[in-house]
Design a protein around this ligand. Structure first.
Ligand SMILES: NC(=O)c1ccc[n+]([C@@H]2O[C@H](COP(=O)([O-])OP(=O)(O)OC[C@H]3O[C@@H](n4cnc5c(N)ncnc54)[C@H](O)[C@@H]3O)[C@@H](O)[C@H]2O)c1
Length: 257
């Protein structure tokens, strides 16, 4: 399969969960992929397992210099950057009232500041790529269902994930003349190592937590990372050439209700 043949992608948080599934799908469709993550052990192991065409760079996306270095490493390894997938993020669950300054800053940094800094670092290379290819370049973000709705006790995460959707809409308009499409994926709770954090108070009985959660999904299927990865693949590919500025739920119908 070659829906991304000739493309180069950089995936933050690509060492685990939704990012890892996306790296695998992008590679299977012909892209060369840079995995950018703070988890060097997992990231390097994934790159080694996938072989030629996948590299790893250690990168904390909250640090501007590390983002610039990750983009430079991508250009050095593969010669261009056509697709940026801002996927890295981290959970927050708890009462808003009692969150201290360090928590407010950490959750916003890892879920919102980091994706803005990485996008700025990647834009010169994405602009070059868009000039070189009629179908342009693409930026994706992993927001969340919490980017388009809310539930109690996820407030700071919800603020950051809503912020991503605002950024997507703004950048879609700002970058359309340059041929760069900008979209977000909004997964519901999905089977990744982050899962216990999204089902608070139930982590001691995950089987029961999964059963109860699955019952809230109209399609009745527990979301898997590949479901999000397939949505990312579509939005990154030329099949989505007229799609920009959307926040696409991957939720088995939860948002329809
Ligand atoms: N799993 C879910 O239920 C779910 C639902 C909606 C949205 N999301 C979002 O999906 C994204 C991926 O989450 P996941 O579930 O795959 O989690 P995960 O924990 O499996 O993977 C997250 C990856 O991001 C990396 N990471 C964390 N902080 C980083 C930083 N500062 N710089 C670079 N890399 C960093 C981690 O090392 C890890 O490899 C996150 O943005 C998360 O908020 C997850």
């Amino acid at each position: 399969m070659s829906r991304l043949a000739g493309r180069v992608a950089l995936v933050t948080g690509g060492a685990s969960g939704l990012g890892e599934a996306t790296v695998r799908r992008f590679r299977a469709e012909g892209a060369r992929v840079m995995v950018a993550d703070i988890d060097a052990a997992r990231g390097a192991a994934l790159a080694a397992a996938l072989g030629e065409g996948v590299r790893f760079v250690r990168c904390d996306h909250t640090r501007r210099a590390e983002n610039e270095a990750a983009v430079a490493a991508t250009l050095a390894a593969f010669g261009s950057l056509d697709i940026l997938h801002n996927n890295a993020g981290g959970p927050f669950a708890g009462a808003f009232e009692s969150a201290d300054d360090a928590t407010l800053e950490r959750v916003v940094a890892v879920n919102l500041m980091g994706v803005m800094k990485m996008t700025q670092a990647a834009l010169p290379a994405l602009r070059d790529a868009a000039k070189a290819r009629e179908s342009g370049a693409a930026i994706l973000f992993t927001s969340s269902l919490q980017g388009i709705k809310a539930r109690p006790n996820f407030s700071i995460y919800t603020v950051a994930k809503h912020g991503i959707v605002g950024l997507v809409r703004s950048l879609a308009l700002e970058l359309a003349p340059a041929g760069i499409r900008v979209n977000a994926i909004c997964p519901t709770v999905t089977e990744t190592p982050m899962l216990p954090k999204f089902l608070p108070g139930m982590a001691d009985d995950m089987a029961e937590a999964r059963r109860r959660f699955r019952a809230t999904i109209p399609l009745g299927r527990m979301p898997e990372p590949v479901d999000t990865a397939n949505a990312a693949l579509f939005l990154a590919s030329d099949e989505a050439r007229l799609i920009t500025g959307v926040a696409l739920p991957v939720d088995g119908g939860q948002m329809a209700g």
